[in-house]
Design a protein around this ligand. Structure first.
Ligand SMILES: [Zn+2]
Ligand SMILES: [Zn+2]
Length: 113
């Protein structure tokens, strides 16, 4: 595992070709995805929870909806390494270096390659 690099904060989308492997876990109810991996820019370890599906009122018009359909495509992850990157604006909600990148969601069917 590469060492963390204290780069200057910069909001930038990294080149997908350089992104390290990430792990995507679906919560049992399908409403959350947890993405963990290393930041392509600063190499810090980052874990993000991404909400998926309707998080509004659980009961009512639509009846029982146990879980949303599995997510496909990509999840956008922001660096949350927690290191004090210099030049980060106080207004920034992120706790990382400003990098963000797309992580492909694995096929939920458990299909083997
Ligand atoms: Zn960092
Ligand atoms: Zn980072």
């Amino acid at each position: 595992m590469a060492e963390h690099r204290l780069t200057h904060f910069r909001e930038v989308q990294t080149d997908p070709a350089t992104n390290p492997a990430a792990t995507v876990e679906r919560s049992p109810d399908g409403r959350w995805y947890t993405v963990s991996g290393a930041c392509p820019t600063c190499h810090g370890r980052t874990v993000s929870r991404v909400a998926h599906g309707v998080l509004g009122p659980g009961k009512g018009l639509w009846g029982a909806r146990p879980s949303p359909p599995p997510l496909t495509g990509v999840l956008t992850v922001y660096c949350m390494c927690g290191f004090p990157h210099p030049a980060r604006p106080d207004s920034s909600p992120d706790t990382g270096c400003g990098a963000f990148w797309d992580v492909p969601v694995p096929d939920p069917g458990g299909a083997q390659p």
